[in-house]
Design a binder for this molecule. Structure first.
Ligand code: 4AD
Ligand code: MG
Length: 463
């Protein structure tokens, strides 16, 4: 029976026959003995296979293609290892090659590659230690999201990807069109005319599942969505993707305070989960990319987030000694340099900013008594800036209609959303956590394109 490398490395049961299947990472040795490192993705570690030259002369291994990149099956005896950095190894009795990889053309050489180079070979980069670690962490965090909500009485709802509404009212949408099957219309340049709507109705890829999440919260109480979202923002930054995954809890009878408490507890749970379950991968990333990573993660788990209003933050930024590229003025949106100043220089801990000016936030946020600000909250993280955006929602029909008018959000598109305020309306709140920003923070990677298997950004169409 086949064992995973992870199971073998953790095994106490020695001197038994084992079978392992994976990919060769390195082969080295001399004319007496050959060492083959095999990785199967179950862990960052490879298992060392020792091949005695009497049975496996180097020439034979070479001829059969037992080289970096080859897929192999190894049978042998699991024994204690004399080598440093490993407790067990396999004394090989049989080596089978499923598929060789030509060492002269295989793009992944033993030497380290730059992340930029690896981005160009997204079909092979999962085979590197770095992307193996990132993908295992991504999995663990996604699993922890469901675990947390399930344990806390939330229901997972599936919201649509194709939708007629613009949840954020920001107009950053990808249009969905249907191509006619026959005789596609051609434009003047002779190209296919893609200007057809979705069976006659204008629709787009969703920018957020929130509005549909509110429908579910008004029936099930506490719900969340976790799905792909799309933003047609033509920004080439290390924090933005055109397609990203968002986690959006929505809770009936929650106010802004409850919302902040949930966001902080949730983020701490996720980071703690990774610290507990992904120790080897985090250790690797800490050693290779970011010496402060583990310290920073532990710090987030152990300390309260700083909570203050947007207005208080503007005052702090205005009296800061640091020169900013963009000026700070009450009423303008904060830039990432301002957010990072507050988190990294001023408070030196995660920050939750609340009560932003209504004009820079979405139409659905609950108006404050002063009539100028709304019950918004942004959670800001070191190295990231905004990781969560959320708010208490406007539950009053007239006030919501007024905000929609002021912000030119057409009522006829959102009649069903207004119905939620007509029939059994209640205070409610929610937020959106950008999943890739979370993975970015937990892995310590610098670019969001390196924490999703197939990043979508302007001019990325290869995969
Ligand atoms: O602040 P945003 O736009 O909020 C919403 O979409 C609300 N409907 C959420 C809610 O209240 N249910 O986005 C939420 C989060 C951001 O804080 C950020 O982490 C992430 O989504 N995000 C992006 N991540 C990657 N690439 C982009 N282009 C992103 N835009 C937003
Ligand atoms: Mg936001």
């Amino acid at each position: 029976r086949r064992s995973s490398v992870a199971a073998l490395l953790a095994s106490q049961e020695l001197d038994r026959e084992v079978l392992v299947k994976g990919w060769v990472r390195t082969r080295r040795g001399n004319k007496f003995v050959q060492f083959i490192a095999v990785n199967d993705g179950s862990t960052i570690h490879s298992i060392q296979v020792v091949a005695n030259a009497e049975t496996f002369p180097e020439e034979k291994l070479k001829a059969e293609g037992v080289e970096n990149g080859a897929a192999v099956a190894i049978r042998g005896t699991l024994v204690a290892s004399q080598g440093k950095g490993q407790t067990v190894e396999i004394q090989a009795t049989d080596i089978e090659v499923y598929g060789a990889a030509d060492t002269t053309t295989y793009p992944l050489q033993k030497k380290g590659h730059t992340l930029e180079f690896l981005r160009e070979i997204a079909h092979l980069r999962p085979r590197t230690n770095t992307f193996g670690a990132v993908l295992r962490l991504r999995h663990a965090l996604a699993f922890a999201v469901h675990q947390y909500f399930n344990d806390n009485g939330f229901f997972y709802v599936h919201t649509p990807i194709i939708t007629g509404s613009d949840a954020e009212g920001a107009g950053q949408m990808f249009r969905v069109t249907t191509l006619p099957e026959q005789n596609p219309p051609l434009n003047e340049a002779g190209q296919v005319d893609y200007g057809q709507d979705f069976f006659g109705k204008a629709t787009n890829l969703t920018v957020s599942g929130q509005l549909e999440g509110e429908i579910a919260a008004m029936a099930l109480g506490k719900v969340y969505t976790f799905g792909p979202t799309f933003r047609a923002e033509n920004s080439n930054t290390a924090r933005h993707l055109a397609e990203f995954w968002m986690i959006e809890p929505e809770m009936a009878f929650y106010d802004l305070q409850d919302n902040m408490d949930l966001a902080e507890d949730f983020l701490k749970y996720l980071v703690r989960y990774a610290l507990e379950k992904c120790q080897d991968d985090l250790k690797f990333l800490t050693e290779h990319y970011d010496k402060e990573l583990l310290t920073r993660l532990q710090f987030v788990v152990d300390n309260d987030f700083q909570r203050l209003t947007y207005t208080e933050a503007v005052d702090i930024l205005k009296s800061a000694k640091q020169k900013f590229e963009f000026p700070v003025d009450w009423g303008t949106d904060l830039q990432s340099e301002h957010e990072r100043y507050l988190v990294e220089k001023h408070f030196k801990k995660p920050v939750i900013l609340t009560n932003y000016p209504k004009d820079i936030k979405a139409f659905y946020m609950k108006l404050d008594e002063d009539g100028r600000t709304v019950r918004a909250m942004d959670v800001l993280f070191p190295g990231i800036g905004e990781i969560i955006g959320g708010s208490q929602r406007e539950e009053n029909l007239e006030k919501l209609q007024q905000r929609m008018q002021e912000m030119h959000v057409p009522e006829e598109d959102l009649w069903w959303y207004l119905d939620l305020r007509r029939f059994g309306s209640a205070p409610h709140a929610g937020f959106g956590l950008g999943f890739e920003r979370l993975v970015l923070f937990v892995t310590g990677m610098a670019n969001i394109r390196d924490v999703i298997p197939f990043p979508r950004f302007p001019r990325s169409a290869e995969f």
